[in-house]
Design a protein around this ligand. Structure first.
Ligand code: CU
Length: 335
């Protein structure tokens, strides 16, 4: 047995030496390349909704590892249609299991749906989760984050030979992520509410070219006079949000996992978060909720803004029930 092993090893060494000679086909050791999915500032106010770097060139047989730094998927459609983020059953919405859970094998040749699944929505857990795929065939492969829509995508270019290195790609990822977050911080610093008559408009901001979103309602509490209408409006191409006044209660959970007798849990989207409540005014009491506000540019007749009139002086805290774990809350002071 030992001699067989020596012979096999010898053949492998000869092959390796041969492949290293100039002009021979590349049979270099497979390498691993790291891409960072998203990222955030320390206070979770500014988020990257981009892959860093957005494009990587690797050799056939190499592996890409995505490190999750936010609530994203890495999804190669492999010829399948873009899956919806949610599926409806009766009047209930669930997170699409095709999006939520891993699918496809550990290798990719351009065919078949391959998906990382979503990490838990817990900022403290981000960074610990990874997804790896080994690419077995030359080609140009696009992937997307199904959570943040086609605006968050990346490319893996698989070639016989590549010039870059995993180390330079990792360094580029850091620079790229810093640039995205810096652009987001600049947008946060320049953030202004707008006034139209007796209405104050609060834009909810994100930026497609830079790939960032602000998970904040404003820089400081919004001060308005009694009788003012505040309109929150989506100018973010990536995120969904809610405007949810809880009158002192904890904000409701967005996703309610429902264990099943067999298989994976169903991920119910809390109807309390999804559905708007009927009030047009707020006096500091009750549960008043916008329902889901959809990204700017989302197709169909989906709500992108929410208006509420403030009828009583006071200090009112409100939440985005989707991004409460990221600290997305605001304050309206009515005088
Ligand atoms: Cu939000």
């Amino acid at each position: 047995m030992r001699s067989t092993a020596v012979i096999v090893l010898g053949v492998a060494l000869i092959l390796a030496a041969w492949s290293a000679s100039p002009g021979a086909p590349a049979l270099a050791a497979a390498r691993t390349w790291t891409i960072v999915a998203g990222g955030a500032t320390k206070d979770y106010g500014v988020w990257s909704n981009a892959y860093h770097p957005r494009r990587v060139e690797i050799a056939t047989g190499d592996t890409v590892v995505w490190k999750f730094a936010g609530f994203h998927t890495v999804t190669f459609l492999g010829g399948e249609t873009f899956p919806g983020l949610t599926v409806q059953e009766g009047d209930r919405l669930y997170l699409n299991p095709l999006v939520a859970f891993p699918a496809g094998g550990k290798t990719y040749d351009g065919a078949g749906y391959h998906n990382s699944g979503v990490p838990p929505e817990d900022p403290a857990a981000f960074g610990k989760l990874t997804y790896a795929l080994t690419f077995t065939k030359p080609g140009t492969y696009y992937y997307v984050c199904v959570v943040h829509g086609p605006g968050m995508g990346g490319t893996v270019l698989v070639k016989d030979r590549v010039s870059g290195s995993p180390a330079s790609t990792a360094a580029q990822a850091v620079r790229d992520q810093e640039a995205t977050l810096k652009a987001g911080q600049a947008a946060l610093a320049a953030w202004k509410v707008e006034r139209q008559g007796n209405t104050v408009i609060v834009p909810l901001i994100g930026d497609l070219p830079h790939g960032h979103s602000l998970l904040r309602f404003s820089r400081q509490p919004l001060v308005v006079t009694r009788g003012t209408t505040v309109m929150w409006t989506m100018r973010d191409p990536f995120e969904i949000h809610t405007v949810t006044f809880t009158s002192g209660q904890k904000p409701p959970e967005f996703v309610l996992p429902q264990p099943q007798p067999q298989g994976l849990p169903k991920l119910l989207l809390n109807p309390k978060v999804v559905a708007p409540t009927p009030q047009k005014a707020y006096d500091g009491t009750g549960y008043v909720n916008s329902g889901i506000l959809f990204p700017a540019g989302a197709p169909g007749n989906l709500p992108h803004s929410y208006s509420l009139t403030f009828t009583k002086p006071g200090r009112y805290e409100y939440w985005c029930a989707v991004h409460a774990p990221e600290g997305m809350k605001g304050e309206v002071i009515v005088k």
